[in-house]
Design a protein around this ligand. Structure first.
Ligand SMILES: Cc1cc2nc3c(=O)[nH]c(=O)nc-3n(C[C@H](O)[C@H](O)[C@H](O)COP(=O)(O)O)c2cc1C
Length: 183
């Protein structure tokens, strides 16, 4: 797939299923991710891969986090929260490990990590896989970070769901007119 086709046809799928990218395909995505623009080449990104049963770590942390926020959560709500981590065959949590730097402000370290996510996504798409970029309450949960062996100061930039597209998304038609001004 050429770059322009990849850029214009990318969309979030409605549902993902098996098979997920295998480890060799995942490696290609990670290689693309770490070529993202990165002020100071600090490589602030961290990738936590949760395949199959390993997703239970995140499911349990998300359920516990829900209970901490809503002690009265019902069994259905707890199951729904767990299912957020179990509904796609492969998850990759991408975090920015932030460190004070004399020339690279912390937000730029987050931006570089977001750029890495986009490279990762486009490579996944070009290989024929679907990806959903999620965050939600889990992304800022200390419990979730601890369960993934991330530092409390790390910023979770995305909980990426990967797999084969079962329900396709809708690419947006390219239109720059409303957001472009020429001075
Ligand atoms: C940083 C970031 C966080 C996001 N978090 C969520 C999320 O938690 N839940 C969700 O449904 N969409 C989330 N999205 C949006 C989707 O990933 C998706 O990109 C958006 O709905 C637009 O659809 P498209 O990808 O098909 O163009 C997030 C996007 C970004 C960039």
């Amino acid at each position: 797939m050429d770059l322009r086709t990849a850029l214009l046809s990318r969309a979030s799928p409605g549902k993902l299923t098996e098979p997920a990218p295998d480890d060799a395909q995942l490696e290609l995505m990670l290689e693309a991710a770490v070529c993202a623009p990165d002020h100071g080449r600090l490589a602030p990104w961290r990738f936590v891969v949760l395949r199959g049963a390993a997703r239970e770590h995140l499911a349990t942390a998300m359920e516990n986090d829900l209970l901490a926020r809503h002690a009265a959560a019902t069994a259905e709500e707890r199951a729904a929260e767990r299912n957020k981590a179990l509904r796609s065959p492969l998850l990759v949590v991408v975090a920015a490990a932030l460190h004070e730097h004399p020339k690279v402000p912390l937000p730029e370290q987050v931006m570089a990590t977001a750029a890495a996510v986009q490279n990762f996504w486009l490579q996944a798409h070009a290989l024929g896989f679907g990806l959903m970029w999620k965050t939600g309450a889990a992304a800022s949960s200390a419990r979730v970070k601890a369960a993934l062996a991330l530092a409390p100061t790390d910023v979770i930039v995305g909980i990426l769901h990967l797999g084969t597209v079962a329900v396709a998304g809708t690419p947006r038609p390219p239109s720059v007119a409303p957001v472009t001004r020429r001075l």
